[in-house]
Design a protein around this ligand. Sequence first.
Ligand code: HEC
Ligand code: HEC
Ligand code: HEC
Ligand code: HEC
Ligand code: HEC
Ligand code: HEC
Ligand code: HEC
Ligand code: HEC
Ligand code: HEC
Ligand code: HEC
Length: 311
Amino acid sequence: MRSRAPKTAILWCGCVLALGPLAAMAQEAGGAAPPTYVGDETCAGCHEDVAAAMVHQIHQRVRDFEVRGHAVGCEGCHGPGSVHAEAGEIAAIRTFDEPDASQVCVDCHRAQGMARFKASVHAANGLACQDCHSIHQASWTPFDACADCHADVVAELQLPSHHPVREGKMTCASCHDVHGVGVALLAGDHQRINDACYDCHQEKEGPFVFEHAPVAESCSNCHSPHGAVADNLLALGEPSLCLQCHELHFHTGYESPEEEEVEIGGIRRENRFGGASMRIAFTTRCTQCHGAIHGTDSPSQTISGDGALTH
Ligand code: HEC
Ligand code: HEC
Ligand code: HEC
Ligand code: HEC
Ligand code: HEC
Ligand code: HEC
Ligand code: HEC
Ligand code: HEC
Ligand code: HEC
Ligand code: HEC
């Protein structure tokens, strides 16, 4: 496919913008005429391998009318190449080592909101589009790119309890918008972690008559979103998780019997824990009783007007 010289006024405007920096470069280099477009076949003459590898790549199939105001083909990204094509001088072509080279990508991809990328934490850390997108390959594997830099996260996703990313049921992009500007790059530009979780776990949103304060504040008070050793993505197992904020409590209203046998509900049983029997259960899983841990509309049957998150 050949890239063509601009023909209409609209196209002309776009190209002046694209030409600007390179024209300036060429002029600094010795006042030569600004470079013009020469077309893909010329590039392929010296870059046979690159051109061959790109044949099935989407950018080589883009037509003028799809991207009005922009050149297409090799020079759509690398800029007009006539000066470079004379002798292969690197300074006369955009190599994407330039600090602001991603701008040319953003210009064509503005409709997908790519202009935001410049305000993202990735851009602030010096990442450019091509750090995740292999432009010259026919198939795109951006998620391998995440693993290169975020090996710790990929390791968390291997823990016993994890979101099903490695099973292929979701990807990093299910929760993150890598081009976005949300807190932790959360999808939908969400500024609160809970809003990202509600996208899929809507039943946790409430509002509930009896809220559990840490749930309303942030799901990550208890859950590690990528993976955890404890069940249910819990950052800590029970009861330690709860004991970070609460104290152990007992059936304080009942005295623990010392006898070897006790009668419960008319049936005589062995009193295995003796004088500690009324305390022991409370140090196991708090959610055996407080099963409505994310909030409930039902009051506690024990304390009137109180939730106690028991059901
Ligand atoms: C006359 C041969 C020739 C033509 C035609 C040519 N190039 Fe080059 N190109 C070279 C040479 C030689 C190099 C330098 C290779 C090196 O030093 O590693 C080069 C380097 C490059 C580089 C930088 C590679 C790097 O190391 O970062 C890019 C990008 C590039 N060319 C793109 C193009 C494009 C796009 C076209 C068509 C507009 C084109 N070239 C046409 C010979 C050519
Ligand atoms: C969609 C934008 C885009 C298009 C279209 C494109 N390139 Fe590139 N090219 C890049 C980027 C970005 C880099 C630098 C990063 C990389 O290596 O992936 C690059 C790197 C290069 C390099 C140096 C590295 C290498 O792989 O040898 C050459 C040479 C090159 N391009 C030539 C071409 C030629 C020839 C064409 C047309 C057949 C072309 N490019 C089309 C974006 C593009
Ligand atoms: C000349 C305009 C133009 C330029 C410059 C351009 N693109 Fe594209 N790109 C397109 C069009 C058109 C498509 C196909 C339609 C679409 O997905 O938007 C596309 C598709 C893509 C896709 C989607 C591929 C897929 O398989 O769905 C990615 C990713 C992409 N471009 C990244 C880039 C990056 C990174 C750069 C800069 C190195 C760049 N583009 C430069 C026009 C451009
Ligand atoms: C940190 C890695 C990363 C960077 C940097 C990055 N992308 Fe992407 N890009 C991705 C991933 C991952 C996807 C796939 C998203 C999905 O599946 O929803 C994607 C998808 C796309 C698409 C397909 C359309 C879409 O919205 O899904 C386009 C176009 C695109 N990127 C362009 C760009 C451009 C232009 C830049 C630079 C301004 C860029 N990307 C920078 C990782 C990245
Ligand atoms: C070239 C390295 C690199 C690649 C590739 C990369 N990242 Fe990053 N990422 C960084 C750096 C650097 C930071 C900022 C420092 C940090 O938080 O670790 C960052 C930060 C993040 C953050 C945290 C943002 C915040 O506000 O704390 C998320 C989420 C993220 N990256 C997701 C991804 C995803 C998803 C991919 C793959 C599509 C990806 N990254 C690819 C380097 C990379
Ligand atoms: C189920 C949703 C979800 C999925 C899937 C997911 N993340 Fe995250 N990620 C989050 C949330 C939520 C945070 C913010 C955690 C916090 O700040 O407490 C986060 C934080 C991050 C951070 C910054 C803090 C940290 O933990 O290092 C990086 C980097 C990151 N994610 C990368 C990735 C990558 C890479 C993938 C895919 C391999 C991925 N995430 C998949 C939800 C997710
Ligand atoms: C894109 C959809 C999606 C988003 C967003 C999402 N999840 Fe999930 N979540 C899932 C899926 C799918 C499962 C697995 C369900 C299954 O295997 O039955 C899951 C499972 C869970 C589990 C149970 C894990 C286990 O070991 O059984 C917890 C806890 C959880 N998610 C919490 C969160 C939190 C907290 C957030 C926000 C940071 C979040 N999720 C965001 C889709 C999502
Ligand atoms: C105070 C700690 C805590 C907070 C905060 C918390 N959870 Fe949980 N979550 C738990 C516990 C404990 C379990 C295990 C429940 C059980 O074993 O009965 C759980 C289980 C889950 C499960 C899997 C079982 C189910 O009920 O579907 C999902 C999904 C979940 N939580 C989502 C969320 C979301 C979304 C948020 C934020 C809105 C959140 N959690 C906030 C403690 C918490
Ligand atoms: C990050 C701190 C934190 C963690 C972790 C936490 N909670 Fe809470 N919990 C609170 C706060 C704050 C309140 C509200 C206290 C108040 O209103 O007096 C509360 C209230 C409660 C209540 C009383 C609810 C009512 O309606 O009366 C119960 C029961 C409870 N939590 C159980 C648990 C259990 C079980 C766990 C572990 C799965 C847990 N909490 C983990 C902070 C926490
Ligand atoms: C055997 C069932 C049971 C277990 C196990 C249990 N609780 Fe409770 N908890 C209750 C009941 C019932 C109440 C209501 C008040 C009462 O009867 O003492 C309550 C009350 C509470 C309250 C105070 C509610 C209020 O409004 O004052 C907190 C906080 C609490 N439990 C936290 C925990 C934590 C943390 C654990 C785990 C270490 C735990 N509970 C284990 C049954 C249980």
